[in-house]
Design a protein around this ligand. Structure first.
Ligand code: FA5
Length: 340
């Protein structure tokens, strides 16, 4: 074996040293290291070696392979250096020519807004959570106090993955409320930015795939006042000025009382197309976490209270950047995305 190994090594190194181009090196590599190459055949012949010599044989063959690989890499680097040196010394080489522009991507507007929101809420002590997009009926509906046949299920046209297994694409980020309650001990604060899916007809303000950001705060003596204060703070940070907010009653089975939070239109004073001439924009359903939900999550509603909100993230992005059609967000049109 050692004689054969030495012979092959000598042959390979000579061929490598003689190669003048990378294509030639590739040919040498195939000839020695390819499946049908000399080293490959040597390795395959291990079958015919007596068992007590196999270890040394394999070791020797692998060393040979490594030696050839090292010589190939060194020769390749040398050929590349020679090529560059030749290019630079050519008469028409002009080092003052501008470099070729590198095409680089940009962040999606949603990513910009999510990052900003994560900064704002982290600075207020919120944890940032994630949850599964393929969710169980239990978390998406049942434990959120939306039992089967409850009319509120109609608000969520659901994409079912497997009806028998009760698996679906989550219709909102609220299931993570339950997952957080199960895992975190109060007091805690958390936000959950994420994708949601609804089987509905799309238009300029509705998509089948869109983003929400859930917020959940649980502790002793948490009140609606905390909810309003939090909303005002985050809106001030996003729009960089104080914006008036108002609460209207809203119904969601997992909060009691439930509200719709509207924000004074940041674009006009007397009404515009964004606020549909009303000067108010509906932004964020919210409310005090229903005691049943706390109980489902293993938290004592006699001791703890909490608030939750479900910000329409896609709509906030549209407001922030003046985008008038939600379908642009998931449309993957590079001309649109390049603007951010
Ligand atoms: C919910 O999804 C509740 N989970 C929100 C909630 C959380 C209430 C916590 C109380 C406490 P709703 O179905 O209204 O609620 O959706 C919330 C927001 O998601 C809407 O205000 C809207 O901005 C956005 N949204 C809903 N459906 C779509 C859609 N098809 N396309 C784009 N955005 C949507």
């Amino acid at each position: 074996m050692s004689a054969e190994r030495a012979r092959l090594e000598e042959l390979a190194l000579a061929a490598i040293a003689a190669a003048r181009e990378t294509a030639e090196l590739a040919r040498v590599e195939r000839e020695f290291l390819g499946k049908e190459g000399a080293v490959g055949k040597l390795l395959a012949s291990i079958r015919d070696v007596p068992p007590d010599e196999r270890k040394a044989f394999g070791h020797g063959a692998n060393e040979l392979k490594r030696a050839i690989e090292t010589a190939l890499a060194a020769r390749r680097a040398m050929l590349e250096r020679e090529r560059l040196a030749a290019e630079r010394s050519a008469e028409d080489f002009d080092p003052s020519l501008p470099a070729r522009a590198l095409a680089h991507g940009s962040l999606h507007p949603l990513t910009h807004v999510v990052r900003r929101l994560e900064e704002i809420f982290s600075s207020m002590g919120y944890a940032i959570l994630d949850g599964p997009e393929v969710e169980l009926d239990y978390y998406n509906f049942e434990a959120l106090n939306i039992p089967k046949d409850h009319p509120a299920r109609e608000m969520h046209d659901t994409f079912w993955c497997d009806r028998e297994q009760k698996l679906l694409l989550r219709t909102h980020t609220s299931p993570v409320q339950l997952r957080a309650l199960e895992r975190m001990r109060p007091p805690f604060r958390a936000i959950v930015p994420g994708r949601c899916f609804r089987n509905e007809t799309t238009d300029a303000s509705h998509e089948h795939t869109f983003h929400q950001m859930e917020g959940l705060v649980v502790g002793e003596d948490i009140t609606v006042g905390h909810l309003i204060g939090t909303m005002k703070t985050f809106l001030r940070e996003v729009f960089r000025r104080e914006l008036e907010v108002r609460l209207r009653p809203g119904y969601f089975p997992f909060v009691e009382p439930g509200f719709e939070l509207d924000v004074r239109c940041p674009f006009c004073e007397r009404g515009c197309s964004v606020c549909k001439r009303s000067t108010w924009i509906e932004l964020c359903p919210c409310g005090m976490v229903h005691p049943k939900v706390l109980r489902y999550g293993g938290v004592d509603p006699e001791r703890y209270t909490g608030f939750a909100f479900g910000l329409g993230l896609s709509r906030l992005v549209m407001l922030r950047y003046g985008i008038d059609d939600i379908r642009l967000l998931m449309g993957a049109d590079v001309r649109f995305l390049e603007q951010f």
